[in-house]
Design a protein around this ligand. Structure first.
Ligand code: 13P
Length: 463
């Protein structure tokens, strides 16, 4: 280009040397700009290019690989912008991509857990037909508050008596496959008699253990992260040796018009659940993955359904990223209900529809069972809602069962009232409550409910 124009100018001979040199200098400048920009523009278009201001930026050698990856990133950016523009036309305001996914490589392939076969057997046994979990892993503080309500001091001796009452209930195994313990109760004080694990094994149900160490306010507006990953592998080995075969970790998310749950809280909790799940599986414990969206709030049932779906989807993605063995885990979600301060109620059929339809959109069919928490519902509501799920969705790909805490204990605690002479009656009631939920897990609950208490809701419930 430079040569051609120079020749043209020299042929004219009528121009002065100054003019020639000026033209040459200008053309050289333009040619340099053209070359650097790798432009295919013709000479006429070059005149439109304005020379850039002089820059003293250091010159860096750029490897071919880098140039190629820059091109790839640019293409990705271009595609994303194009996709977002199209999405906007469809009325959707695109959510910013915060995942950094384009820069992250795929998770590595991994050997299954050495306990793989055992995990599957345990998970299937926990969610066996017509059976569920008794969640009695309340912290010492929480169980203490309950004992105080019936005038019993919060001492180890009484906490021990209470759990023995439950675990020694005749034929408890008819509807309860397993129970979750708090660390203190997995390693009990020998002074108080037979260890719980031995009582449980004798009565043919599987011991589990809560392994998280509670929640800590971490994000905006007090949203929490659940802790307990530190030293978890060593603890899991210790729990396995002591007889535990499954574990529980509760992540807590709440709905608030200020913007909770934030994606930060959802994703961080999903990742912790996934790390916990993987560590447990590698050490022989079936993880119960519990992302609980609290029912506190003024929102309606649709909002509860929508937020829960997002939380579950993020949790499944995180579980896939750690190569969880789906067949060796269980999910423990909240049922979908209107917010407790919404002034609205929902029929068991509505609850069932929202709950199971949401799960169908997020949970792999390879997971053997869902064991719902009761979350503050009354004992009767929890049973009837579970029953409706099984009646309306008899072909759901997973077992739909229970892992109730409050909804299996409230009436029994009241019947016991801390008195020796009430133990037998309290155990009969516990059996009847368990049986009602066992029937609900088959969609066969009919008739009157044995509960003697109403709502068990507590704002911002701490386990
Ligand atoms: P609730 O059934 O009382 O909600 O408790 C179940 C549970 O284990 C929560 O982590």
């Amino acid at each position: 280009m430079y040569q051609a124009i120079g020749q043209e100018n020299s042929n004219k001979k009528t121009l002065t040397w100054g003019l020639i040199s000026s033209v040459i200098a200008n053309v050289a400048l333009v040619a340099a700009v053209c070359f650097v920009a790798s432009s295919n523009a013709d000479v006429g278009a070059v005149a439109a290019v304005r020379p850039a201001p002089m820059s003293y930026a250091p010159i860096r050698k750029v490897a071919l690989r880098e140039v190629q990856s820059y091109g790839i990133k640019n293409r990705a950016l271009f595609r994303r912008n194009a996709a977002e523009a199209s999405l906007q036309l469809s009325g959707y305001v695109p959510y910013p991509d915060t995942t950094g996914a384009s820069l992250t490589s795929l998770p590595g392939k991994q050997e299954p857990s050495p306990y793989s076969a055992e995990l599957r057997t345990t998970a299937a046994a926990i969610a066996a037909d017509g059976k569920g979990i008794l969640a009695c892993d309340e912290s010492t503080m929480t169980i203490g508050k309950r004992l105080e309500q019936i005038g019993v001091p919060n001492e180890e001796k009484y906490r021990q008596q209470w759990l023995e009452l439950l675990f020694r209930t005749p034929n408890m195994n008819d509807a309860i496959s397993s129970a979750i313990l708090f660390e203190e109760t997995l390693f009990p004080n020998a002074a108080y008699g037979t260890p719980f694990v031995d009582i449980m094994k004798a009565n043919n149900f599987i011991p589990g253990i809560k392994v998280d160490t509670g929640v800590r306010a971490t994000f905006k507006d007090g949203e929490t992260i659940t802790e307990g990953l530190e030293g978890l592998a060593e603890r899991a080995q210790k729990y396995y040796k002591q007889g535990a075969r499954f574990a529980k970790w509760r992540a807590v998310l709440r709905i608030d018009p200020s913007g909770a749950p934030s994606m930060e809280a959802i994703e961080a909790n999903a990742r912790s659940l996934a790390h916990y799940g993987k560590i447990c599986q590698m050490n022989g414990l079936v993880p119960i993955i519990e992302p609980e969206v609290l029912m506190d709030g003024e929102h309606g049932i649709e909002v509860q359904a929508w937020v829960t779906e997002k939380v579950q989807a993020a949790t499944m993605k995180a579980l896939s990223d750690v190569n969880i063995e789906w067949e060796g885990m269980l999910l423990k979600p909240n049922m979908i209900l209107p917010g407790t301060d919404s002034g609205k109620t929902a029929s068991p059929e509505e609850v069932a529809k929202y709950t199971v339809e949401g799960l169908k959109r997020t949970l792999p069919a390879a997971v053997p069972g869902i064991t719902f928490l009761s979350g503050g519902q009354s004992e009767e509501e929890a049973t009837r809602n579970l029953d409706a799920m099984n009646k309306l969705f008899p072909d759901a790909p997973w077992k739909l069962s229970f892992s109730f805490g409050r909804a299996l204990q409230a009436s029994v605690l009241k019947a016991w009232d801390g008195k020796e002479e009430n133990i037998e009656g309290a155990q009969k009631l516990f059996y009847a409550l368990s049986k009602a939920n066992g029937e609900a897990a088959l969609g066969k609950f009919e008739g009157a409910h044995p509960a003697t208490t109403g709502s068990l809701y507590e704002k911002n419930y701490v386990y």
